[in-house]
Design a protein around this ligand. Structure first.
Ligand SMILES: NC(=O)c1ccc[n+]([C@@H]2O[C@H](COP(=O)([O-])OP(=O)(O)OC[C@H]3O[C@@H](n4cnc5c(N)ncnc54)[C@H](O)[C@@H]3O)[C@@H](O)[C@H]2O)c1
Ligand SMILES: O=c1ccn([C@@H]2O[C@H](COP(=O)(O)OP(=O)(O)O[C@H]3O[C@H](CO)[C@@H](O)[C@H](O)[C@H]3O)[C@@H](O)[C@H]2O)c(=O)[nH]1
Length: 446
């Protein structure tokens, strides 16, 4: 079948490429010329394992094209997918302006029947909003549908090709037939549903996972006070299949392009219909504070951080991506600068996110080329993103090059170091040097 994907970001590109991989002819269209030019040269503009190989393969076999000519792209396919951004506005509501722009372009361009699919994460009712906009610009017949995307950054290709379900929200027989034919080659369970339910499934899925993370983070915070180990608790509850072991890693909270905005989005969707979703408000509030745990631990060692040198290891919101949207690292760095009026040395390193980080972080931060370069002369190392390269270091040995061997593991990603010469802290693990007991050790260093 022929598909046009409008928006060639993390979702549009990965899903467009995967549709081509299962044999469809895909045109990926974007207004960003730079991105399209890179793609035309078979270069992947984002860091996403396995994606560039599939771009090369499917461009060469003629299944995948890239263009900035939206109108031509729209008229070349039977199915048009919208995969543009839907960021949060300052009140937590969803910025629908990019989706609405695309709907207007579609309305002004189509000259034959099309199925218009929202792949972007959009509030309930958005497919009908898109339908109304298109209708106001054309007499051509079309249908709208919702096929939300569940990929995770860093494992997008595998998530799409081997996903656990495909949700198709559709209300016309003609569109349903086409969308079933389109997705059948994936050989993944398809849930056919109505459009409103499909739209809500996406927010409910992300919000439920975010709720699991905030829950385990609160258990971690409690574990520190009662002397328990959150990783043991997570194991104990996670082996109950009704709870499940995934998304129970305590740490500094969730970031990224989705959970922060989609949890706010769900609260906003509820507010608009007069429903008070206080459970989700608490999930967001727990997450808002969670990154501050590492700063609290650092302050327990150095009550005055002015003049200190701290290294931040890992900047992206999770490993295996170059994405820094809503990354906890950025909040930690901002808070450290605020707390000290900028009078602190911050050395940063990330295996993949440095180029992006340089465009965001102030130039008073020292950008390093390796973990070793970042920690040399540091008085504390904060492990913020659990990149393999960071996790696999022998930290007892590596920390010997630090000025003071203070390691705060914000992701519980390394084995606790039990060594009199190292202050090691993590999140909710009952190891010597945790938040409470470190207060005693702290006096030796100040
Ligand atoms: N990033 C993820 O992991 C993920 C996963 C599932 C769902 N989603 C949802 O998918 C949507 C897209 O997210 P993303 O992370 O891919 O965003 P993104 O910012 O990476 O990409 C959006 C792309 O749309 C393009 N664009 C904007 N206006 C356009 C227009 N008028 N015409 C053509 N292209 C236009 C931009 O240039 C950009 O390349 C969002 O609703 C998001 O919530 C994201
Ligand atoms: O046990 C866990 C699991 C995750 N995280 C954090 O949660 C955030 C999100 O992680 P993850 O879900 O792996 O990444 P995303 O790429 O943001 O994917 C989520 O958001 C996408 C966009 O909507 C959805 O498509 C995916 O299904 C959903 O998992 C990251 O900051 C992680 O560090 C934790 O703190 N603890």
């Amino acid at each position: 079948m022929n598909i046009t994907m409008i928006g060639t970001g993390y979702v549009g590109l990965a899903s467009g490429v995967c549709y081509s991989e299962i044999g469809h002819k895909v045109i990926c269209a974007d207004i960003d010329e730079n991105k399209i030019n890179q793609l035309k040269q078979n270069r992947c503009p984002i860091y996403e394992p396995g994606l560039e190989e599939l771009i090369i393969k499917n461009s060469l076999n003629g299944n995948l094209y890239f263009t900035t000519d939206l109108s031509h792209a729209i008229n070349s396919s039977d199915i048009i997918m919208i995969a543009v951004g839907t960021p949060s506005l300052s009140d937590g509501s969803v910025d629908m302006s990019y989706v609405e722009d695309v709907a207007r372009i579609i309305g002004n361009s189509i000259s034959s029947y099309k199925v218009i699919v929202n792949k972007s994460t959009v509030p309930v009712g958005s497919a009908f909003r898109v339908r109304d906009i298109i209708k106001s610009h054309t007499d051509t017949n079309f249908d709208v549908a919702s096929v939300p995307e569940f990929l995770r950054e860093g494992s997008a290709v595998n998530d799409i090709l081997n996903g656990e379900r495909i949700v198709i929200g559709v209300d016309s027989i003609k569109a349903r037939k086409q969308l079933l034919e389109l997705h059948e080659p994936f050989q993944i369970h398809i849930q056919l549903t109505d459009i409103h339910s499909a739209e809500l499934i996406k927010y409910a899925a992300n919000s439920f996972l975010a709720m699991k993370i905030s829950f385990i983070n609160e258990i971690a915070n409690l574990a520190e006070k009662v002397g328990a180990d959150v990783t043991e608790v997570a194991k104990g509850i996670g082996s109950d299949s009704r709870i499940g072991s995934k998304f129970l890693s305590a740490g500094i909270g969730f970031g990224g392009a989705c959970f922060p905005k989609d949890t706010l989005g769900l609260i906003n969707i509820a507010q608009k219909v007069g429903h008070n979703f206080s459970l989700m408000e608490e999930v967001v509030e727990v997450n808002r504070k969670q990154y501050q745990r590492v700063i609290g631990k650092l302050l327990s060692v150095y009550p005055d951080l002015r003049g200190r040198v701290v290294s931040i290891l890992g900047l992206t919101f999770k490993p295996n991506t170059n994405d820094l949207r809503e990354a906890p690292s950025l909040k930690i760095i901002n808070d450290l600068l605020d707390l000290t009026d900028g009078n602190i040395g911050i050395k940063v390193y990330d295996p993949v996110g440095m180029t992006e980080a340089k465009t965001i972080l102030p130039n008073t931060v020292t950008f390093c080329n390796s973990v070793e370069e970042a920690i040399i002369d540091s008085e504390a190392a904060l492990l913020v993103t659990e990149w393999k390269e960071i996790v696999e270091k022998d930290w007892r040995k590596t920390s010997q090059n630090m000025r003071s061997r203070v390691i705060i593991d914000g992701r519980n990603c390394i084995k606790p170091i039990q060594d009199d010469e190292v202050i090691f802290m993590s999140i909710g693990r009952n190891v010597s040097g945790n938040y409470e007991s470190s207060k005693q050790t702290a006096t030796n260093l100040t």
